[in-house]
Design a protein around this ligand. Sequence first.
Ligand code: NDP
Length: 345
Amino acid sequence: MNDATTTQSSTETKAQNTFSGILVNKDEQGYRAALQQIDQSMLPEGDVSINVLYSTLNYKDGLAITGKSPVVRQFPLVPGIDLVGVVEHSDSADFKVGNVVINNGFGVGEKHSGGLAQKARMKSEWLIPLPANFSPKQAMIIGTAGYTAMLCVLALEKNGVTPEKGEVLVTGANGGVGSFAISILAKLGYTVVASTGRLDESSYLKALGANEVIHRDTLSGQGKPLAKERWAGVIDSVGSHTLANACASTKYGGTVAACGLAQGMDFPASVAPFILRGVTLAGIDSVMRSIEDRKEAWQRLSDILEPSVFDDIAQEINLEQVVEAATKLLDGEIRGRVVVNVQGE
Ligand code: NDP
């Protein structure tokens, strides 16, 4: 073998052993995320290896990529709390080579490398099969945001909030959770009031199914312990004063599903809505939810969502565009969902 052939074959081997992905690092040079070639040896432990097709950008991914909050707890790490891909290797009886699987959460993209790369290695107990009605891309348009919106709707249903009971408020309406919450509620026959800082996006929110759009300023300031009863239910992805005011204006016996903190992690409220109006505050965590709950949520999503919703809600990007899009997401410049084609040019 001459020198040129040796060099060529070592380059090919290197190419086979590496893949493209976003890597987050924190060291003496500071916190940074960049698209780079990642060596296969950097994949974490797990019994299922996956050729990733799509991932997505959630609020938490924005925090992980920009370093704005300490979401990433191990370095270096591939961010991306969601992925869909094809099983390449499996030591699990539950999944075979060629199966298409999805993962949402379980600490992936926080302490275990996640979906914003072309390869991933996961624990089989974190995976569910791709639901039959969805394409891989559609599953990632839904992602953690859509699945969390569904968990919120399930919490309202389980607490007896039916369409006949009255209006349901959705905060953070233009965001991923908010957009899916509106679509799901509207399809189920609820009257939906969308709260947003972007009234110029009202036509988008109404196309998703909002009956009325209100400015988020009406909810985001310091309020009273109790306000006029209006909401039969609330899906809140904003937290802080917005959540406090939403509870204060929920009708007797209503339910508020709280899943997010886009305004803040604080909860400057009183107990008045809970002890005087029997309001239920339902906390929603998607990350550690049981596989049974996940399957129920995904099944309901596949029963409810119309195919057209995916075109309305999503925009597609590739890995090169991820870092810039993460900043825009946190700056509130993105509407709906960003789906990442990790194999795309
Ligand atoms: P997005 O960034 O897509 O949407 C967030 C939306 O919140 C924005 O589009 C904006 O909506 C609104 N918003 C942003 N800043 C403020 C502010 N200062 N005051 C009031 N509203 C604001 O995020 P996601 O939809 O992916 O996530 C929403 C929240 O839910 C996040 O906090 C996220 O961490 C949390 N989350 C929690 C999960 C769980 O398991 N509990 C799972 C998924 C998400 P608009 O422009 O319409 O006002």
